[in-house]
Structure formats: C-alpha cells, structure tokens
Write a protein that binds this ligand. Sequence first.
Ligand code: CMC
Length: 431
Amino acid sequence: MKKTVTLTFSDGSPSIELPIEQGTYGKPVIDIRALGAHGYFTHDPGFTATSSCTSAITYIDGDEGLLYYRGYPIDELAYQSDYMEVSYLLLHGELPTAEQKTAFEQSIRHHTLLHDQMENVFRGFRRSAHPMAVMIGVTGAMSAFYHSGLDNFNPQHREVVAHRLIAKVPTVAAWAYKFNEGQPFVYPQNRLSYAENFMHMMFSSPCEPYEPNPVLARALDRIFILHADHEQNASTSTVRLAGSSGANPYACIASGMASLWGPLHGGANEAVLRMLEEMDHVSKIPEFIRRAKDKSDPFRLMGFGHRIYKNVDPRAAIIRQTCYEVLDELDLRDDPQFKIALELERIALEDEYFIARKLYPNVDFYSGIIFRALGIPTSMFTALFAMARTAGWVAQWHEMLSDPAHKIGRPRQLYTGSARREFVPIEQRKA
Ligand code: CMC
C-alpha cells in the first residue's frame, strides 16, 4: 500500500492527505502538488527540502558520501572510464559499446570548430574580461547561430545540440584564455583526445607546438569526470528552469554558466587558490580558521562545506589523490600551496566548529592546485568546471524535455510587501 501523510491544521480546517513517493534510493518525498487546489503553497527558500523534478541521471547520498552517475559509483568511473564515455553515459543512460563510443567521439570531434563569425564575438570583449564572462557571452551567442529550424521537442535535434555543446565549449573556454593573453586562437586538433585537445588549444601557439603530457591529460580528464554532473545544484536547476519555457538551449547553458560562476558554487575553486595564496604560510592557518568561525566576519573557508555532503565529498578524496599524481609527475611535491592545503585540511578536520557543522573539503579544495600545476591560470578554473559540467547540463535539459509531463517551472512566493494602497502624485509625496 502506498504511504501517505496527513496534514492537519490548528484552526480546524479539513486535513489533507498527501502521497509519499520513494525513488530507487534516497529520502522519501512528499508529493505536495495537490496542496495548490486546497489553497496552500509550501515555503522553502534555497530549496533545502524540495525535490524539483524526477531524474534518473545522478544520485547523491550526502550522509554516506556517495555519488553515482546512472548507478555507477564515481570512483569506478574516475579510475576506469574517461570523460567521453561518462558524457555518453549521462546522455544515454548506459555505458557505450566500443562502436557506440567510437561513433560518439567522432561526432564530438566533428563539432569542435566554432563558426568563423564567432571570432568577431570574442573580439567584442575587452581583453581583460573574465573568461567566465566571455564564455557566458559566446555560448549565449551560439543561439544566434543555431536557432531557426531547431525543434527542442525533437530527440534528434536535442542530440545534435548536446554534441555541439560538449564539443564546442572547450574551444570557447580555450579561446577566452587566448583572447585574454592576446594570443592567436588555436584551432582544435581532432586527432587528440578531449582533454589533450583542450590542452593543445590552451598551450600551443602558431610558433610553438605543444605535446600534451599523457599523465597530465589523464588527470585533467579525471577532473572532468568528477565535475560532469551533480544532480539539481544551482546551475543545473538554472538550466532546467530556463529550458522549461522551451528557450534556445545554447542560451540555457549560458544561464547555467552564469549561475556556476558564483563563489559559493563553481567559482569556489578560484576562491580556494586565492585564499591559499593569501595564507602564504602554514603559520597563518589559525588566523584564517579563527576568521571562518567568527560570525561577524563574512569570510568562509573556501573549498569547505557542501549543501548535500555532510560526511565526505567522495570527489575530494579522488581529487586529492590526483593532486599527488600531478605534482609527482611535475616534480612539484614540495609545492607550498599544496602543503598549506594539506595542513589546513588537517587542522580544520580536528576543529570542533567544523566537526559540529559537518564541514569537509569539497571537490574544489584541491582542483585549483592541480589546475595551477598544469599551468592553467586561476581566472580559468571556473571555465574548466563549466566545460566539464556541460555534459551534465545537456543531459538534464534533454531528460526534462523528454518527459511528456514536463511543465514550465514557476515557483510561488510568500509575499511580504505593502498591502494595497492608493497611488500618490509626485507633488504630494513626502520624503
Ligand atoms: N567556512 C566556515 N563556515 C561555514 C562554511 C565555510 N566554508 N560553510 C558553511 N559554514 C557554516 C555556516 O556559517 C553555518 O554556520 P551556523 O550554523 O553557525 O550559522 C553552517 O556552517 C551551515 O552553513 P550553510 O551556509 O547553512 O550551509 P549551506 O548548505 O547553505 O552552504 C555552501 C553550502 C557550499 C554554500 C557553504 O558550505 C560554503 O559557502 N562553502 C564555501 C564555498 C564553497 O567551497 N563552495 C563550493 C561547493 S562544492 C562545488 C559546487 O558544487 O559548486
């Protein structure tokens, strides 16, 4: 028998019975859709207790520190798969066969070039523009290149959109960097893997070729896997909400990038490195910990805490391990920022404040150290997160539009403004 919950009211209004749904895993969910017909809405700022959709893509158990993509644990994918395969898995629901993987990779390679006119879009920005500002602008501008004839409700059209975005966003990111640097844009090389190609577009120039180091390319690919999806976080929810109106998908992904840019979300990896640079020496750690605990100080320990993970972020351990591998390969084991990060983690994890609030290092705590060791400038960190998350965003957008029951997203509110009042002509208004 289906479980239900009964809502009773202190003023004697008739009670309301609501169904309880249970997914494959996770906490039971009270289906409150019938409430509107009874004259009530629920109020949940920050959506801390609200499920906004059904999804079969990613599962997170924050208490146990679990993350699955389509049922596969993140560590198995990180160590045994690659980003192309994971992108296919997120989009299609199954791991590809060898033939499917080859066809998928070929399709992605086929779409890596940007329309020639797009160069002019880059050139409209100031040279000093933040790469995320450029990425949001250029990805949004793709909607001007791919709009007429696009039918969001046609699955084949959606597949082309997904492939185009996964393929082109790395080119957009690398070109945002090149534009910052005042260097010529480097075209994609389709003989290279996804991660190698990105490194090539970032680091080679017409006068100096660049041969990607396979150990470093593998590390980058693993970081992309770890960032590929994370269920209904702020940026993914933004993509879904924007897409729910039937909007152009390139514009929707640009809106997801805008949300990701914030320092509480994808901007945190950049903020972590700036914080470690500011710390400068392990002796300064106690001062930063004191500030993080001081409620009158807005400072937070960047790279610590997560809305969902209250035990361990399973991505953090993998990324710490990857950090060791990258620093070893580059002979940088004595990297001062890495030493500060390890010591900061050790001290914070023994501190009552962090223990009581279940604050642990998140995925962004070590990723910045890896990116910097690879020669990627701090301002590009969130751009790399956006690249990796594009696979998740398009998979979530595709899933939403595949659902025949999908509706435009339209949250309600608890109005706290003025009661009705009469308009006052300007000459009668008092200061
Ligand atoms: N440093 C110090 N105190 C913290 C931190 C932190 N990094 N994070 C949370 N707290 C405290 C917070 O002050 C509050 O304390 P109290 O209960 O005494 O008021 C308590 O912990 C709960 O915090 P919250 O803000 O209610 O938690 P949340 O779930 O709303 O926020 C978060 C989650 C990730 C925004 C937050 O932990 C944070 O700001 N972390 C730093 C930024 C960061 O690293 N973001 C990357 C997230 S992972 C990548 C991604 O998915 O985007």
